[in-house]
Design a protein around this ligand. Sequence first.
Ligand code: AMP
Ligand code: MG
Length: 338
Amino acid sequence: MSPQTFVIKVNPRAPQKRLILTAAEVLRRGGLVAFPTETVYGLGADALNADAVKQIFVAKGRPLDNPIIVHVASAADLDRLAENVPEEARRLVDRFWPGPLTLILRRSGLVPDGVTGGLDTVAVRMPRNSIALALIRALGRPVAAPSANLSGRTSGTTAGHVLQDFAGRIDMVLDGGPVPVGVESTVLDLSRRPPAILRPGAVTPEDLAPLLGRVVMGRGRGGSRRSPGTRYRHYSPRARVTLVEQNDQEAVAQLLHEVGRNKRKVAVVTAGHPFVGPGKAGLVVRQMPQDLGEYARRIFAVLREMDELAVDEIIIEKIEEKGIGVAIMDRLKRAAAR
Ligand code: AMP
Ligand code: MG
């Protein structure tokens, strides 16, 4: 394991070439580099180096059957990694890349087994982040990168989060500041009919419908088998998470009463309005932004903060499942699953 993790601040508007070349060199010799994307930080390795990819699983404690998204810097790279690329994939790439849309396609022989967890498909996306793109271009090869967090924890959305999980365990972190989207990419399975959204993200079903016609949510039959990552406990703060309706003072009072007897530390996370429920000594309250885009940017940081504050119980108000609200609620439900 790496004895020291170098943290390098990079200007996201004009990534310094020298710094990017240094990071690419680390990847070239099989190391791990965390870098910002527009969604969350990624933990990157040379996607065509099976040993390097293996190190991602080791560092994260990730189950080996949970495949990793391959990041590319141009649409043309899609054809090296995937076979039988359907026409609709081209349209989606034209419209949404670079951006938070991952496509699942039949894999080519170039992709190592370790990347796909043994599946016959590969997940590919082109991130909308100048540091990520510069890094992939400097390496001259695709970069395999899952979210930069220990398996099961919330995704890192700042370099500080990445260090909480990986200081001393990876070679380098490129610090490009906090990420703009805050939740992971939409994962769209184009290897079957009709196309299915395996993970909701910032690219919504309404965005996809005009280009795809029918698109279904993939959490139904066989959904978790198709996207193994969705099978595992995820986005979990150490605290127990309970979701409640907005402004449901009764439910909050009931929960506070229950945990009060056990003297547990409790937090309430409200949706875009001040907390109006009953008070409790030591109660932590966080009011989330009304704007759902801003909510998405902040949610993982708030869940991580709860860990730092050693909160035992988090009561979170549900939000409207509209637009990116679908992706946020997906993460909240999974944080609450036990
Ligand atoms: P992350 O590890 O946070 O980057 O999440 C990647 C997600 O994409 C996980 O839920 C994976 O299961 C999913 N994924 C990656 N590759 C594939 C694939 N070939 N087929 C289905 N899902 C995939
Ligand atoms: Mg992840």
